[in-house]
Write a protein that binds this ligand. Structure first.
Ligand SMILES: *Cc1c(COP(=O)(O)O)cnc(C)c1O
Length: 406
């Protein structure tokens, strides 16, 4: 099949839920992807912060192959050795006490929402409201969509489940007035990813922790995007000196094999048999893959790599901002989850021209480029990406056609 074949079949047979770039890949190696015509690309999207080990990492490939030849699936009617081992690893490497496994980030947050509501009613009081941030992103299921405070995602699907209260992100003063007698939890991303790569301040997360403690609320961190070393520590909360009551993971956890997890403190472990479940959740294949990812992230010190390589990328992006021969305006983010803010709505056209030049990045908003390369990225690969970006930005950007908001 050629790329043109794939594009026309996609157009004819798929529900058109995605705006896709006109490229299809045959294989990958490390930070590189190869398209069906053999052209190669530096992958600085990493499957949207998923491919923490890059493509075809030998340890992940070996774990998947070995598990696939032994046992793929049995269901949660039985004990699962790989699931128990992964839960033990996650508990021992975090401040949480128990794990629940599912298949995606949305499902992990859905589990957290259900857990918070059940926990909020443990003493007979009717507490079910969850405080979330404006411009948050927690998923596309009806529950997580209700928690995702972005009108463009919510409006077509109203009415959504009630019980979510939005506050401005990183504004501690807004939290008390959003808290009512019905509040049970706060759900927040340590760095807003889809909302534009905005890291929370230390004072904000520490203040939320104190507010939750003082008012008997669960602090639930959505680390679906920030987890697994991406921001420079295994989990982003470690950099804030706080402990969440609930932590959700997905994206990087399986290194490309779909898996999600909700980790909870013992005091928040409110779900009992029958309350929640998933046919596929935590199956042997997904858990064997995730365990290999977890072990490799630690063995190869990838959180520290994310800090070092992230700094190299930040420095390079900052140079592009300082030299000001293009629309680059400012750099945000931590570790290898970075955003480059642009002058004007040119991110889409910059993305296209980077791809044509062999660099994959994506536009998280019309004015923001996102960089989320595999954590195994090498210094010279960062430099190559910066060189491409430098050339593309020097050519300026073409503003996107005005959106409905204008
Ligand atoms: C991607 C993402 C999700 C949703 O994950 P899916 O696997 O697409 O359901 C939820 N929360 C955050 C912070 C994310 O980045």
């Amino acid at each position: 099949m050629t790329t043109d074949d794939v594009i026309s079949m996609t157009r004819d047979y798929l529900l058109q839920t995605y705006k896709r770039a006109p490229v299809a890949f045959s294989h990958g190696q490390g930070v590189w992807l190869y398209d069906l015509e053999g052209r190669r690309y530096l992958d600085f999207i990493g499957g949207i912060a998923v491919s923490v080990l890059g493509h075809a990492h030998p340890k992940l490939v070996a774990a998947i192959q070995a598990q696939a030849s032994r046992l793929l699936h049995v269901s949660n009617l039985f004990h699962i050795a790989e699931q128990a081992a992964l839960a033990k690893w996650l508990v021992e490497h975090s401040v949480l006490d128990r794990a629940f496994f599912c298949n995606s980030g949305a499902e992990a947050n859905e589990a957290a929402i259900k857990l918070a509501r059940k926990w909020g009613r443990r003493d007979g009081r009717d507490r079910y409201e969850i405080i979330v941030a404006q411009h948050s992103f927690h998923g596309r299921t009806m529950g997580t969509l209700a928690a995702t405070m972005q009108p463009k995602y919510q409006q077509p699907f109203a009415p959504l489940p009630p019980g979510f209260v939005a506050v401005p992100f990183d504004d501690l003063d807004a939290v008390p007035s959003a808290t009512t007698a019905r509040t049970c939890a706060v759900l927040i991303e340590p760095t807003q990813g889809e909302g534009g790569i905005h890291p929370a301040s230390t004072a904000y997360l520490q203040g939320l922790r104190e507010w939750c403690d003082a008012n008997g609320l669960l602090l639930m961190l959505d680390e679906v995007q920030t987890g697994m070393g991406r921001t420079g520590s295994l989990f982003a909360y470690e950099q804030y000196g706080i402990e969440p009551d609930v932590l959700t993971l997905a994206k990087g956890l399986g290194g490309g094999v779909p898996i999600g997890a909700m980790l909870v403190k013992e005091k928040a472990a409110a779900l009992v048999p029958g309350d929640h479940g998933s046919t596929f959740g935590g199956n042997p294949l997904a858990c064997a893959a995730a365990l290999a990812v977890c072990q490799t992230v630690v063995e190869e010190s990838l959180p520290a790599r994310a800090t070092a390589m992230g700094q190299r990328l930040i420095d390079g992006l900052q140079r592009l901002v300082d030299t000001r021969h293009g629309p680059a305006k400012g750099v945000r983010g931590r570790g290898l989850l970075l955003g480059l803010e642009l002058e004007g709505e040119v991110a889409g056209s910059i993305v296209d021209r980077c791809r044509e030049a062999g660099l994959l990045v994506n536009a998280v908003r019309p004015t923001t480029l996102r960089f989320a390369p595999p954590l195994i990225v090498q210094p010279d690969e960062i430099d190559q990406a910066l060189a491409i970006l430098d050339k593309v930005l020097a050519g300026g950007g073409v503003a996107e056609p005005a959106k409905s908001a204008h």
